[in-house]
Design a binder for this molecule. Structure first.
Ligand code: PEP
Length: 254
């Protein structure tokens, strides 16, 4: 598929995979995806598997991401993980503001913007998640919700940092439910996000930033979603836990 922006497909493993299972998965991905150059492929294991997975993929075309991090850089924050610790494992990307964290940990846009600043200070690329709930969509509030999340969570980023940031549009009603947004629904919101990036930054930034779609992406719908002009990749949950499914999503997207 011919797009100026390189596709980026990331697997969010969430709270799944022991170290042994993580290594099995990543060995399979290495085997199946070693020839792929057209896509930035990112795996985001739980923290406990970062070290082993990092060693396993060091000479491959797979890149490492984390699922969250602290907005603080160091200190008395029990249970938290600092950006610098992630760097030790050659982590390059970090998912911020996933809807599960917004829901269960009550993460706010303000907190996500602090985390994004901390990530950039450590040269980690944030993948910032936005997306409406079902009731928002039904009440025709999708754009208002997404606009509020973008404005709040990107606050304080400069243009250079925005260019190193990825947005993941993940309609909450499509996450883990088997319900995918249609490619038209996804494209509509992606185009809206790009127009907001133009307002918040400028046209050149808006043109370059990659916007992933997330929400029940699977091998069967990947190609059609990725063929949309403003869809530049995917953030994949459930289907990223299986070698065959994730590999097929990547190869079907090219
Ligand atoms: C996600 O949690 O980021 C996600 C998109 O999950 P799933 O692919 O399982 O819907």
């Amino acid at each position: 598929m011919d797009k100026d922006r390189k596709l980026i497909i990331a697997g969010n493993w969430k709270m799944n995979k022991t170290v042994a299972e993580a290594l099995d998965l990543v060995k399979g991905l290495k085997r199946d995806l070693s020839q792929v150059k057209e896509v930035d492929i990112v795996v985001c294991p739980p923290y406990t598997a970062l070290s082993d997975v990092s060693r396993e993929i060091i000479d491959s075309n797979l890149r490492l991401g984390a699922q969250n991090m602290s907005e603080q850089s160091v200190g008395a924050y029990t249970g938290e993980i600092a950006a610098e610790f992630l760097k030790e494992f050659l982590v390059r990307y970090v998912i911020l503001g996933h809807s599960e964290r917004r829901q269960y940990q009550e993460e706010s846009d303000a907190l996500i913007s602090q985390k994004a600043a901390t990530a950039h200070a450590a040269s980690l690329k944030p993948i910032i998640c936005v997306g409406e709930k079902l009731e928002d969509r039904e009440a025709d509030r999708t754009q208002a919700v997404v606009e509020g999340q973008l404005t709040g969570s990107l606050a304080g980023l400069n243009a250079d940092q925005m260019l190193e940031t990825i947005i993941a549009y993940e309609p909450v009603w499509a996450i883990g439910t088997g319900k995918t947004a249609s490619s038209d629904q996804a494209q509509e919101v992606h185009a809206f996000i790009r127009s907001k990036l133009e307002q918040l930054f400028d046209a050149s930034v808006a043109k370059q930033v990659r916007i992933q779609y997330g929400g029940s992406v699977k091998p069967a719908n990947a190609r059609e979603l990725m063929s949309q002009p403003d869809v530049d990749g995917a953030l994949v949950g459930g289907a990223s836990l299986d070698v065959r499914n994730f590999s097929d999503i990547v190869t079907n997207s090219i």
